[in-house]
Design a protein around this ligand. Structure first.
Ligand code: NAD
Ligand code: ZN
Length: 258
C-alpha cells in the first residue's frame, strides 16, 4: 500500500474508533471478488450486453402473466442470465465475513446492501437491510410480505399472496419500482442514527440510496468511500481509498483488532 493510502487508512481507523455509530453501505463492487460482475463500469455486464431499457417494473405491472411467461420461457435480457448464473455459484469472500465480525465486535451497527445476491446474509451479517431485495425470495407488491423461493428455476408463476391476495413478484427491485416502504424507512433510520458511513463498492448513482449520502453529508456525518475507481461520493466524502473491497476489509480487520 502506498504511503498516501497508509496515512488515509490510519485516519479512517481513527474515525471509526471515534464514533459509536458506524454503518456500512454496500454496492455491487463488494461481490466482484466473489465472482459476480457489476452492471456499470469497464468489466460490467452492460458493457458486454448493452444497457437495458429501465422499464421492467412498468412491463411487469402492465401484464404480470406475460412477464412470468417470458421468465419461464427464458426470454429475458441476456445479461440477466449471466448475473443469475454467477450469483448461483458464488460464495461470500473473506470481506463479507469480516463485516460480520466487525458487527459482532460492535464496530459496525448495521449494513445496508444494494446487492441481491444473498452473500451478506450468508456471511452472517445480522442487522442487514437488503434495499434492492434478495434473489432467493418472492415479495407481494401490496403488503410487502416476502416468501422463500424454493426452486431456482421457475416452472410456473407464483400464487397470489397468502396474506392479502396481492400480486407476487421476485423480491429483487426492478427498474422503475419503488423500494418497499418498510425497507426504505429502516434504511433512512440507520442513516439517521449513524455518525460515520463506510461506502464500499458503490458508484453512488442508484437512487434512492445515493440521495441518502447527500442528506447525510449535509447533516455533518462523515462519509468514507472505498472503491478502486472514482465515484460520485468524491465531492462529499471525508476520506477515500482506491482499493478493492476484500483487500480493504482484510487490512481494516488486521489494524482494528491488533
Ligand atoms: P454500483 O453502482 O454499486 O457500482 C459498482 C461499483 O463497484 C463501481 O463503482 C466499481 O468501481 C466498484 N467496484 C468494482 N470492482 C470492485 C472491487 N473489487 N471492490 C470494490 N469496488 C469495486 O452497482 P451497479 O453494478 O451499477 O449495479 C446497480 C444495482 O444493480 C446494484 O445496486 C444492485 O441492486 C444490482 N446489482 C447487484 C449485484 C449483486 O447482487 N452482486 C450485481 C450487479 C448489480
Ligand atoms: Zn400480500
Amino acid at each position: 500500500m502506498e504511503k498516501f493510502q497508509k496515512n488515509n487508512l490510519k485516519k479512517i481507523i481513527e474515525l471509526l474508533n471515534s464514533s459509536d455509530n458506524n454503518i456500512i453501505v454496500l454496492g455491487a463492487g463488494m461481490s466482484v471478488e466473489s465472482g459476480i460482475p457489476t452492471f456499470r463500469g469497464e468489466n460490467g455486464l452492460w458493457k458486454k450486453y448493452g444497457t437495458p431499457k429501465m422499464d421492467s417494473y412498468k412491463k411487469f405491472l402492465n401484464n404480470p402473466e406475460e412477464w412470468w411467461n417470458n421468465e419461464i420461457n427464458m426470454k429475458m435480457d441476456k445479461y440477466i442470465y449471466e448475473l443469475r448464473h454467477k450469483i448461483n455459484v458464488a460464495k461470500p469472500h473473506d470481506g463479507h465475513f469480516i463485516i460480520s465480525k466487525l458487527e459482532k465486535l460492535g464496530i459496525i451497527k448495521g449494513v445496508i446492501t444494494q446487492n441481491i445476491d444473498n452473500l451478506d446474509h450468508k456471511a452472517g451479517i445480522k442487522n442487514l437491510i437488503e434495499i434492492h431485495g434478495n434473489r432467493t425470495k418472492f415479495r407481494c407488491i401490496e403488503c410487502e410480505k416476502t416468501f422463500d423461493r424454493n426452486e431456482i428455476i421457475i416452472k410456473k408463476p407464483p400464487k397470489n399472496c397468502l396474506n392479502c391476495n396481492g400480486i407476487v413478484k421476485f423480491d429483487t427491485v426492478m427498474f422503475g419500482e419503488p423500494i418497499p416502504k418498510t425497507k426504505l424507512d429502516k434504511a433512512k433510520q440507520l442513516f439517521n442514527q449513524s455518525k460515520v458511513i463506510l461506502a464500499i463498492g458503490t458508484s453512488a448513482t442508484v437512487r434512492p440510496i445515493s440521495g441518502l449520502f447527500w442528506i447525510a453529508e449535509k447533516e455533518g456525518k462523515k462519509i468514507i468511500d472505498i472503491n478502486p475507481n472514482e465515484t460520485n461520493l468524491k465531492e462529499i466524502s471525508t476520506h477515500n481509498l482506491k482499493i478493492n473491497a476484500k483487500r480493504f476489509l482484510e487490512i481494516l480487520e488486521k489494524e482494528i483488532t491488533k
